[in-house]
Design a protein around this ligand. Sequence first.
Ligand code: PLP
Length: 430
Amino acid sequence: CVPTVCTGAGLRSNDEFFDRSTAVIPGGVNSSIRAFRSVGGRPYIVARADGARVYDVEGTEYLDLVQSYGAVILGHAHPAITAAVTAAVADGTSYGAPTPREMKLAEAISSRVPSCEQVRFMNSGTEATSTAVRLARGYTGRDRVVIFHGNFHGATDALLAAGGSGVATLGLPGTAGVPDGAVAETMVVPYNEVPTLDESVACVIVEAVAANMGVVAPDPAFLAGLRAECDRVGAVLVFDEVITGFRLGTDGAQGAYGVTPDLTTYGKVIGGGLPVGAVGGRRELMETLSPLGPVFHAGTLSGNPLATAAGLAALDHLDDGTYDELRRRARRLADGLTAACAAAGFAAQFPVVGTLVGMVCGDVDTPTDFESAKRTDEAAYGRFFHAMLDQGVAMAPGAYEAIFVGLAHDDSVIDAITERAHAAAAAAVA
Ligand code: PLP
């Protein structure tokens, strides 16, 4: 069946939609990586999705490993999310006043993550990281920010130097349009090495598990070392858990690795697939935010009724048992993909960190930092990506993105993906 969104536009094919989009949207996309630039070709245009499947405007079905880059952990169009959003929308979409649901979502996060005594909501992970940096600077009265090569914190000027994800995919050292002044106080250091800090540092912001240069685990001593070094100089430690929050486990990477940050940034899962971001942390630190403190934060749609309804429904479905199951599925998928590639003689590995799976192409060591992550064979990834797409499996169109396994990927879906991967790997061998 062709969704009304397509028939209404009078267009039927992916190419027709993409061509018309490129006339009015730069590159035809609203997030750079979606344009397929690094893997070549043209994107499929999604008309609808359901569980582990997405359907393009031509009706082609794909088993989906993108899952909105990790935002829809329950799977697409999950009945509980649909019901929660449908119920909320009838009461109005945004008010510009406090609501019960934002209180409940803050309580849901705070009760699950001990370090988040208070939570402030916003509309994206990008907003969350930029707010966390402003908060840390305002709290400490210092300017310097330490980030790690290959980590990605969204499109925040001060944090875009040497980033992962789309920045890495596009091969940019940073981005045009960021004045020197915006990054003058940003120090970029290697991932998995504890830097020596001084008293000029406001905060260290880190992806506790790196998931934007492929999936790279932290060394056992890395996160604890950052905690100790921040304590030594009085700097704020920020864990960017936009991907790992409520995906690695109930209390995210900080729970998995037993290291407590001062601030945590969230996005993705806590919005159940709707636009959301959040900063959580110690009460005394969070109360530096306006209206109690001097660090300004505001947003027309912050704490949005639909996003908080969806987020509450998502968190309702996630408990320790769910994460055990997701870890099992991640391992099953990685093992299946590894076997498929090995059988075809296509050099690739699929590192697993908890519930996250990465892919590294080529005959290279398992990455531990951005230097080693960049040894992945991007051209080989592009071939595998397209071969999988031809088989009806959608992966992210970039060699540095994670593979997202969710509650919709039951064993039959995982086994279908690995079966198709056998043919794809054979086709992708150079
Ligand atoms: N931080 C991390 C670790 C991310 O992976 C992302 C996006 O993928 C962001 C921040 C930015 O989040 P958003 O895309 O919601 O702005």
